[in-house]
Ligand binder design. Structure first.
Ligand code: DGL
Length: 279
């Protein structure tokens, strides 16, 4: 019989820590293993193929560590890699294991927040180009109009700890202006990149009155709790000793210095090597 292991949480870098924080607060009993592929981040401007290969390698790394459930806490990886991994790779490499993303759980609930039926998606180039949000939201809320705006400067600003600077202000203002020009009656704006919650303070300064700003952490945590209830066969494979481990593909010193801003507390990471070929 398969041994229980930690729940895996993946991001291209630090952004997934904002999701992990909310998952832990909702489901503290489980063990968690976080991997940031910092050496190859950001993923936002990379091709479908590259993001798919990097993500698959990371998923395989989690499986090698004994994880049975992997959460891609990265919109770009969820948009560009999840479907192929679920449909083509999992049945072949690990039929009893599961990989989940952050787009579907968000699409499932976003309509409940909007009265005007106009929602705005702020995301990386990759997520916007994939059209994953308009496609997924249409499945649950066919009457909702979805407007998208790529904000390619936001992740670098956050990664470089410049999210409270005047530089950040310039780009936040510009991207918000753009999205409200596209959809004047937007009343829900989704931060569809797990890095963006750090810009929340700046975004709120330029947010028109009455517009709700949504981040994904709590939505994903809620959806995971529900998933665990509906899938006892998977839940039993998630160990419950309340441990948290952090891995990065880059410098552990850099990771530990930055991670606290995203996670809200100091962490001590270890180095991971994930570039092993998977085929
Ligand atoms: N945090 C990731 C997301 O949710 C993207 C950051 C990146 O560009 O690597 O999309």
């Amino acid at each position: 019989m398969q041994k229980a292991g930690p729940i895996a949480v993946f991001d291209s870098g630090y952004g997934g820590l904002t999701v992990l924080k909310e998952i832990i607060s909702k489901l503290p009993q489980y063990d968690y293993l976080y991997l940031g592929d910092n050496a190859r981040a950001p993923y936002g401007n990379r091709s479908f193929d590259t993001v798919y290969h990097y993500t698959l390698q990371s998923v395989q790394w989690f499986f090698d560590q004994g994880c049975s459930l992997v959460i891609l806490a990265c919109n770009t990886a969820s948009a560009k890699a999840l479907r192929t991994i679920q449909q083509n790779d999992l049945p072949r490499i690990a039929p009893g294991k599961r990989v989940l993303g952050v787009i579907r759980p968000t699409a499932e609930v976003i309509g409940t927040y909007s009265e005007t039926k106009n929602v705005g998606i702020l995301a990386t180039n990759g997520t916007v180009a994939s059209d994953s949000y308009p496609i997924e939201i249409a499945k649950f809320y066919p009457d909702i109009n979805v407007y998208q705006e790529a904000c390619p400067m936001w992740v670098p600003l956050v990664e470089n700890n410049e999210h409270l600077s005047n530089g950040a202000e310039y780009f936040v203002k510009k991207n918000l202006q753009n999205i409200f020009e596209k959809g004047e009656t937007i009343d829900v704006l989704l931060l569809a990149c797990t890095h963006y919650p750090l810009l929340k303070e700046k975004i709120e300064e330029y947010l028109p009155v009455g517009v709700k700003l949504l981040s994904q952490g709590e939505i994903v945590a809620e959806s995971l709790a529900d998933y665990q209830q509906r899938h006892p066969e998977l839940e039993i494979l998630c160990s419950k000793s309340g441990t948290r481990q952090f891995f990065t593909t880059d410098s552990t010193e850099d990771f530990d210095n930055h991670a606290a801003i995203f996670f809200g507390e100091q962490v001590e990471s270890k180095h991971a090597v994930v570039e092993t070929p998977t085929n």
